[in-house]
Design a protein around this ligand. Structure first.
Ligand SMILES: [Zn+2]
Length: 273
């Protein structure tokens, strides 16, 4: 019993923390595709196949069971759209970062020089938050009117001190034309290639254009969608779907493995308030 408790603690201390927290933003300045033997590929002690027991796996995961603002939730036009917390964006220009796989799907981390305020940002309610990177879940975490997109991309933002504060969610589905955002990426890194990373330059504003800069959106008070399920995250979900080409979507799905948490009961989420 003691041994298993210690093993659990050790495992949780070194586990790759899933959505939306990633810690590899210090990897940078790579040439071509590389393998990093120091990449943290420790297996998680939690699994998407069993999201209902996350709360009992570790004391640090209690909020997964007891939280009042857990994510994701089901949304619909019955909620209306938000007239509050309207975001404005400062995403212009090319950004360098690392393209990799977070173990469940494609991901990208903005190269970090120690100053979060130098990253792309957005502002709402006089508060500015800075992009750490993005990652993809498949299928989508959030459903809308009962429809679940094939995938969902999360842009994770922190405050100037590096504390997570907000996530922008883009629902992804196949359409008739290639996405200019995904056209910027090299060949996908597979979910079983977590030690592979590649330096990539991206114009992230192409994602904003695809959803008309969140001109219509839902917002609510939520949490990380994987352990430790910390709360205090403001979610923004674009109403507009971000469409990809069929082959682009197949490449995204081929690099992904099941990574959607079961939807949580709406409780103190204050949707659009
Ligand atoms: Zn996520």
């Amino acid at each position: 019993m003691l041994f298993s408790s210690l093993a659990l603690l050790a495992a949780s201390a070194t586990a790759v923390v899933g959505c939306p927290q990633h810690s590899n933003n210090k990897r940078s300045h790579l040439q071509g595709r590389q393998t990093d033997p120091n990449a943290n590929t420790t297996q998680n002690i939690w699994a998407y196949e069993a999201p209902f027991n996350w709360g009992k796996l570790s004391p640090e995961y209690r909020l997964c069971q007891t939280g009042t603002q857990q994510s994701p939730i089901a949304l619909s036009l019955g909620n209306g759209l938000s007239l509050n917390h309207v975001p404005t964006f400062n995403y212009a220009g090319p950004i360098t970062g690392n393209f990799f796989n977070w173990g469940y799907g494609p991901a990208f981390t903005v190269a970090h020089n120690g100053d979060w305020t130098s990253h792309p940002s957005f502002t709402y309610d006089n508060e500015t938050l800075y992009l750490t990177g993005w990652h993809i879940h498949a299928p989508a975490d959030h459903s809308v009117g009962g429809d679940r997109s094939k995938a969902e991309m999360h842009f994770v933002h922190v405050d100037a001190e590096g504390h997570e504060g907000a996530v922008l969610a883009f629902r992804l589905d196949p359409g008739n034309f290639n996405s200019t955002f995904f056209d910027q990426l090299p060949a996908m890194v597979g979910f079983d290639e977590m030690q592979t990373e590649e330096s990539v330059e991206m114009d992230l504003s192409l994602a904003m254009e695809a959803v008309q800069y969140f001109n219509e959106f839902w917002t609510y008070q939520g949490s990380l969608t994987s352990p430790p399920c910390h709360e205090g995250i403001r979610w923004f979900i674009a109403r507009q779907i971000m469409f990809t080409g069929v082959e682009q979507m197949q490449a995204i799905l081929g690099a992904s493995t099941y990574s959607a948490r079961a939807e949580q009961e709406v409780w103190q989420h204050r949707i659009n308030e």
